[in-house]
Design a protein around this ligand. Sequence first.
Ligand SMILES: Nc1ncnc2c1ncn2[C@@H]1O[C@H](COP(=O)(O)OP(=O)(O)OP(=O)(O)O)[C@@H](O)[C@H]1O
Length: 267
Amino acid sequence: MLGDDVSQASVDAAKNPGGALIELDRIGVEFDGVSVLQDLSLTIHRKDFACVLGGSGVGKTTLLRVLAGLQKISYGYLRMKNKALRVALVAQNPTLLPWRTIVSNVASGITKEGMDKQAKLQLAREKLDIVGLADKYGMYPKELSGGMQQRVAIARALASEPDVILMDEPFSALDENLRSYLGAFLLDLWAREELTIVFNTHSVEEASVLASRALVVTRDAERTQINDLEQWPGAYQEYAVRLQQPARDTYRTAIAAVLGKANVLMG
Ligand SMILES: Nc1ncnc2c1ncn2[C@@H]1O[C@H](COP(=O)(O)OP(=O)(O)OP(=O)(O)O)[C@@H](O)[C@H]1O
């Protein structure tokens, strides 16, 4: 039994060596007096790959917008690890500028002050290399497939060198094969670059593969709750089994074999 805040804090620190980056403390969001999020608490830790599941309209996008600082909260507290914490958002559809080349689109995501154009383009090329589009710098969005365009959007998010990347159903508009491929790709990137990701999805399958933490949002008349999927009874339970480490490791080994980077994923 934990008697005080200090012992709770030390348990949390041991469980989450990455430390808390963003904390929502009993927050609420109302639109014209209608509650969308109520009394919701959530902590995002460094190196989380947190997948957020929940029915349509439960408030997942609103939650991401709160974490991104784009949506004002009506009450409660939002705490960031520090004022300089950077957050990037990747939307469901890659909103690239059609008249700009890929590298220029990625460079447009760079927020660091004092960088000249050449330095920005160099950084953009590096990010495109990371997402496997080194040979596409000079192309235009319409010349790329949907999956490639979404990788450009990910590169643009990476270019802002964010502490947290928020992704709102980023692969849901893509076909099943591409979706699996990009899921594997993102998992590899997360491990390699030590990213912190919050990822909204409708797919329990997708969450059970990607998540280091899978969260389920539910709401009743008084509260919006967000719980770890492992603790969630009922419909999600059968999937929770897949989140257990041996199954995840097996899956990752398979992905790693495909990507030829077993050492990275399993390291
Ligand atoms: N700007 C807004 N003004 C008024 N109501 C809004 C606004 N944005 C969202 N809502 C309402 O808030 C609720 C939650 O919307 P949100 O998009 O966050 O849900 P969601 O879980 O992401 O849904 P989906 O999975 O279908 O994308 C919905 O009822 C929506 O109509």
